[in-house]
Every structure is written in structure tokens, then in C-alpha cells.
Write a protein that binds this ligand. Structure first.
Ligand code: GUN
Length: 292
């Protein structure tokens, strides 16, 4: 039987802990404050940002989604970010990706400093991740959420062969670094990888993060290794239903996976949970900065 790795019990458990933390922060007159910048009308981004706001409010943090016009000029966009950076009451700033084409070359992290980069994408935060030093940095939310998920369900990656499909800066690359830090043996695959099936058949854990609906099927699995499958993809089908990068029904029917994350209800909510965790870390650190 393939175990379903659902996010709900993890989110429930951690939400309680985060609520307690916001209560202790409020005793020090600090309300964790997140600003989410959303440019344009991308339907998926609207849903993600709404879910981020919902969890922030559930833990009694403040969260505002700042919606900017799709055709905002580069200078207006940059000025908007600068204003948020200058506000000492703002602990975390997140620019929802993807951005419209004309803003793609704006180096957001030359504007948002590492201490407010709750996404963990600033080169200083990514550098810290490569070094394995986390005390003054932020770990990107999806990789962090995946580690939380594996930990909750009692899976240790030490010595395991993890095959990651997708080399994005949001998921694949930081996850490879984080897994390596936790002593996994990592193979990072992408669109140019040759003989992908040979690699996935050798995996103890497969992570798909490529944005291709139902890409991973039984043909990627062997009859000897029975892997854990983590599906990061959230794709909408023509019938408006969501599906992952994994052909969930095919894998379940095949019965040769130890465990699998559902879509929706798997990795997605853990990314949001990690964001809330990073926000509270940012707010806690701001107190030390004020005192020092
Ligand atoms: N778009 C998809 N995932 C993410 C994420 O984790 N952070 C941001 N900022 N945008 C995203």
C-alpha cells in the first residue's frame, strides 16, 4: 500500500506552535508583518498569495497583498519595493513569481535585503545554504517544507539516493543543497538529462518540480526500488482541475511506491507553512537587531 503524505496534520501541528510564537512576540510589542507584492492577474499567483495571507492571519501575523498593475513601469515597481524595505515594521517582503516579462531583469534582491527575504532567494541566503549555516539566513520555502514533510512522516534522507527533476532556483537547486546537507546523495536532473528513467529507477526518493502535468509515470519506476515520491508540481488541466507533475493514479495503480504526496494537499501547504515560519524568524531577529 502506498502511503499518502498529506500536509494537513503537519500544518495543524505547526500552526499551533506558530500561534504561540506570535503571542510571545506580541508581549514584546512585535506583530510579524509580511508584505506580498503581486504584479498582474496570473490566476495561480492570486490563489497562492491568498493562501499565504490566510495562513499568516491564522497565526495572528499581519499580511498585506499589494497588487500592482501588470504594466507598472520598472521604476515605479522598484520604488514600491524600496518603500517597503525602509519600513522598519515590515519584517518580510515577498515578490510573487513569475513577474511580467518587462520586470524579469529587475534584480529584486539588490533591493530586498537578506534579513527581509523570507523567500530565501537572496544570494546571501542561498550562499548560507551552500555553507550549511542557517542561524542568520532563510531557507527557501518549498525545500524547507519538503524536509518538514519527510521528518513528520519519519523518513530520514541520510545515505538515500534522492533524484530531483527540475533545476529551478526556487526548488531544485536549493533542495539539492539542503538534501546534501542532510547527507543524502543527490542527482539533480533537468530537461537535458539523458536517460532519466535509468536514474529515477535507482532513486530512494524522487522529487518532481518541472511544471509538466502527469509527467512521472510507472515507466520511471523499477520493480526493485520502491521510492518515496514528492510532487512539487501544481498544474491546471483544461477542465480546471489541479494535478501534479506525477501521474498519481498511474503510480497508485502500479503500487510500486512507498509513499506519495497528493496534489493538492501535499507540498503546496508546506511551502506556505515554511513562509510563515520564516516570517516569525524574521520578526524574532528584528528584536535582537533593535536591542543590539
Ligand atoms: N512562485 C511560485 N513559488 C513561489 C515561491 O516560493 N515564492 C515566490 N516569491 N514566488 C513563487
Amino acid at each position: 500500500m502506498t502511503v499518502l503524505l498529506k500536509a494537513a496534520p503537519i500544518v495543524e501541528k505547526h500552526t499551533k506552535i506558530l500561534k504561540q510564537k506570535t503571542t510571545s512576540l506580541s508581549l514584546k510589542n512585535v506583530v510579524p508583518c509580511l508584505k506580498i507584492v503581486l504584479v498582474g492577474n496570473d490566476p495561480a499567483s492570486k490563489i497562492y498569495t491568498r493562501n499565504k495571507k490566510r495562513l499568516s492571519e491564522k497565526i495572528n501575523a499581519s499580511c498585506e497583498i499589494i497588487v500592482l498593475n501588470e504594466d507598472i513601469s520598472e521604476s515605479d515597481f522598484v520604488n514600491k519595493l524600496r518603500k517597503l524595505v525602509e519600513n522598519v515594521k515590515v519584517h518580510g517582503i515577498l515578490v510573487q513569481l513569475p513577474l511580467p516579462k518587462h520586470l524579469k531583469n529587475v534584480d529584486i534582491h539588490k533591493i530586498i535585503p537578506p534579513e527581509k527575504d523570507v523567500d530565501g532567494f537572496h544570494s546571501q541566503n542561498l550562499g548560507r545554504l551552500m555553507e550549511g549555516h542557517f542561524e542568520d539566513s532563510f531557507v527557501p520555502c518549498t525545500p524547507k517544507g519538503i524536509m518538514t514533510l519527510l521528518d513528520f512522516y519519519g523518513y530520514n534522507v541520510m545515505g538515500e539516493h534522492v533524484v530531483i527533476i527540475g533545476r529551478s532556483l526556487i526548488v531544485g537547486k536549493p533542495l539539492a543543497a539542503l538534501m546534501t546537507h542532510h547527507h543524502a546523495t543527490v542527482t539533480l536532473c533537468h530537461s537535458r538529462t539523458q536517460n532519466l528513467e535509468y536514474l529515477t529507477k535507482e532513486a530512494d526518493i524522487i522529487v518532481t518540480a518541472i511544471g509538466r502535468p502527469k509527467f512521472l509515470t510507472r515507466k520511471h519506476l523499477s520493480l526493485t526500488k520502491i521510492p518515496i515520491i514528492i510532487d512539487v508540481g501544481i498544474n491546471s488541466l483544461p477542465n480546471k482541475k489541479l494535478c501534479g507533475d506525477v501521474d498519481f493514479e498511474d503510480i497508485i495503480d502500479w503500487g510500486m511506491a512507498t509513499a506519495i504526496t497528493p496534489v493538492p494537499g501535499g507540498v503546496g501547504p508546506l511551502t506556505i507553512l515554511s513562509l510563515a515560519e520564516n516570517l516569525l524568524i524574521a520578526a524574532e531577529r528584528s528584536i535582537y537587531e533593535m536591542e543590539s
